[in-house]
Design a protein around this ligand. Structure first.
Ligand code: HEC
Length: 119
């Protein structure tokens, strides 16, 4: 029984550490590639740049927006070609830290750059 409890405590610890590492990597990607437009807290800039807070976007839309970019008459967001791991880290960071749905891309989500081709 003690071993069992210890096992649960240990795996909870490992899982939360993994997420902490993912969020940290996602955050540094966000700082490098997104923060200059969307601000450090994701609040954006009024009608010029969308807020990323409380969005609850689904994964498909998030991946497509990031990989293809998006524009309005004032400003264009470029598309970013990231690796699968980078998409996962970035999206999980956004969903955790900006008041979003706290739904995380499962590990092993593959070929995200090809999801939106032709659409
Ligand atoms: C050059 C400035 C710029 C950069 C850099 C940028 N964005 Fe954007 N982003 C925009 C603009 C402008 C829009 C709004 C387009 C519109 O009005 O439809 C937008 C829209 C979005 C949306 C859609 C929001 C919605 O409500 O539909 C998401 C998600 C998003 N950006 C995420 C990101 C992420 C993640 C990064 C970094 C990888 C990033 N953006 C980098 C300017 C930028």
């Amino acid at each position: 029984m003690r071993k069992f409890v210890f096992g649960i405590a240990l795996s909870t610890f490992i899982i939360s550490c993994n997420f902490d590492t993912q969020f940290a990597k996602g955050k540094s990607l966000y700082i490098q590639k997104c923060q200059s437009c969307h601000m450090d807290d994701g609040s954006g800039l009024g009608s010029y740049i969308s807020s990323l807070q409380n969005k609850n976007m689904d994964f498909y839309l998030q991946i497509c927006t990031i990989s293809k970019g998006k524009g309005n008459k004032n400003l264009v967001m470029p598309g970013f070609k990231l690796t699968d791991v980078e998409y996962a880290n970035l999206i999980n960071f956004l969903n955790e830290k900006f008041g979003n749905n706290k739904v995380y891309l499962p590990a092993g989500f593959k070929n995200m750059n090809t999801l939106c081709k032709g659409s």
